[in-house]
Design a protein around this ligand. Sequence first.
Ligand code: ADP
Length: 192
Amino acid sequence: MLEKQRGVTIWLTGLSGAGKTTICQFLETELRSQGYKIEVLDGDVVRQNLSKGLTFSKEDRDENIRRIGFVANLLTRNNVIVLVSVISPYREIRKEVKEKIGDFIEVYVNAPLEVCEHRDVKGLYKKARAGEIKHFTGIDDLYEIPLAPDVECQTNQETVTQSANKILNKLEDLGYINPLPLPQLNNNYSRI
Ligand code: ADP
């Protein structure tokens, strides 16, 4: 552990089914086991409480991101590592939140639409194709890809461990977490 942990927001953006939640869960487990203070702000959970009642219009999506950014900022400045997992399709509002928080790592969780749709983890693509859900990102709503993300995970070509390790390496490079000891023989070291 660092003597005093530094706060940072790790912001995972990408299409539904791209892998944001899965990578967050991996990171949460890994970082907690190393003793870091972590909070997770998951898009689905946030929409059930902090952003309850907001729609998927551009205006409400931006409001949702502002609220998440507000909470992430409070936590970050209190030295918490904040994992944000939210589609956050619009570039401008992501930039706004990044500038406000400062200690911010933008992670583009990238998988082709066809792959996300094939995974259809929550059955939402099927509903969107059937017209049962409107304004679904990637189908009838825009996703603006990050132009210069700090990390890009290509989840159709990487294992979850590989994707998560890219983020852990970035955290290490920027001094937010301590380097892990080199793997030793006969242990179950998960990092590659
Ligand atoms: P999101 O939170 O972006 O909507 P989920 O994490 O719920 O997406 O679902 C992503 C799916 O993709 C999971 O079934 C996960 O097991 C799978 N997957 C395959 N490879 C990866 C990877 N490298 N990173 C994250 N998820 C992956």
